[in-house]
Design a protein around this ligand. Structure first.
Ligand SMILES: *[C@@H]1O[C@H](CO)[C@@H](O)[C@H](O)[C@H]1NC(C)=O
Length: 367
């Protein structure tokens, strides 16, 4: 029996979707956490090399729309992933905190090797770093795999007044991924709270789940400055975790506009050596991730004294808890808490206000 071409194509896509190898089938990349990644490693369902491949494919499919990546280093990442996989095979003890976990750096953080740190500017393309930034040294020590650099507002938004958030000459205009929850798109569509947003959906999804699943981005919404690429890539599952930097709002604002978790560490808790900063009194490097737990893992990995940023880090490192930060992570931490809703901060942007209201309604329904 002759199948209509569209049905044949759909079947082909379904087959392709199911044949991504053992790695892709057993492990769900969407919303993966460090814990879920480590569980998949331990169960033999996933390797760090396989995971790097999954993120590179995801980046290839989404970044043409989102403009959230400036550079990738696939060869360096795969080599580091292979080393992580070999370590896992040969060691019987506990593996380091970020073992085999792919990370994207904001483009103002230097890493020795192929990546250029340019703060999004064309002015210093090709000026490769002689050594790792202090935080990158710690990331590598914790077993992380560097995928590449995420876009930002050029010079961390210190280029001049009136420059759009998330824009740089190297990265183009970064685009926000406003919310990540399937049920919000679902509710939007079927319950009709608000008109459905213009969406960008990956090809495979649109074909297979198009009637049900929206993977919505709001291309016209602001990303907020300046660690926008780090927040967009975390939200869109283009890396496991990312690093951003903040002078005044640059971790927290893009994190909140992209529905991810950012931690702005006290100045000096994380080293600024090898980072293009604006002000030594204010700048700080911190994690941006999809969950609080992931952000805490990264924070624990990158804090500490660095002789190359001696004054600030020696003062702040006194406050690092002896057993790290993960001891304070508590799944039940919000039980019984009353939440205040801060509406005013979102009111500048009508679209964000709509989805914010939507999210609150859904929270009540889910309760
Ligand atoms: C770093 O910059 C150089 C010079 O422009 C370029 O050839 C190289 O590809 C860049 N590195 C990466 C990883 O893109």
């Amino acid at each position: 029996m002759a199948m209509p071409p569209s049905l044949r194509f759909l079947l082909l896509m379904l087959l392709l979707a199911g044949s991504g190898g053992a790695t892709a089938a057993a492990f769900d990349l969407e919303e993966a956490t460090i814990d879920s990644i480590h569980r998949a490693f331990a169960a033999g369902e996933l390797t760090s090399r396989g995971l790097v491949g999954l993120y590179l494919r995801r980046i290839a499919s989404l970044d043409p729309e989102l403009h959230a990546i400036i550079e990738l280093d696939p060869d360096g990442a795969l080599a580091a992933a292979d080393r992580a996989d070999a370590t896992a095979l040969s060691s019987s003890g506990a593996l380091p905190l970020l073992h085999g976990v792919p990370v994207l750096l904001k483009d103002n953080i230097a890493a020795a090797g192929a990546l250029n740190a340019t703060a999004g500017s064309l002015a210093i393309v090709g000026s490769r770093a002689a050594r790792d930034a202090g935080v990158v040294e710690r990331l590598r020590r914790a077993g992380a795999v560097l995928l590449g650099t995420a876009s930002l507002s050029e010079w961390c938004n210190f280029r001049g007044p009136g420059i759009p958030a998330g824009w740089s000459p190297r990265g183009g205009q970064g685009r926000v991924r406003l919310y990540r929850f399937l049920f919000l798109g679902f509710a939007n569509r079927f319950l009709g709270f608000f008109s459905a947003p213009r969406t960008v959906v990956t090809m495979q999804r649109r074909l297979i789940f198009g009637w049900l699943m929206q993977n919505p981005y709001v291309p016209w919404a602001t990303t907020c400055s300046s660690s926008s690429g780090s927040a967009i890539t975390a939200a869109a599952n283009m890396a496991a975790v990312t690093l951003g930097t903040e002078t005044d709002g640059s971790i927290m604002c893009p994190s909140s506009y992209n529905s991810v978790v950012g931690i702005k560490p006290t100045v000096g808790l994380t080293s600024r050596s090898g980072v293009i900063i604006i002000s030594p009194r204010m700048d700080t490097v911190g994690p941006i991730a999809r969950t609080v737990s992931d952000a805490v893992h990264v924070l624990e990995a990158i804090v500490g004294h660095d002789p190359r940023d001696a004054e600030a880090t020696s003062m702040a490192s006194k406050y690092i808890p002896e057993c790290g930060y993960r001891q304070f992570s508590n799944l039940d931490g919000l039980r019984g808490k009353r939440l205040g809703i801060l509406r005013k901060v979102f009111s500048e942007h009508f679209d964000i206000m709509r989805y914010f209201a939507n999210a609150i309604i859904i929270c009540f329904i889910c309760k």
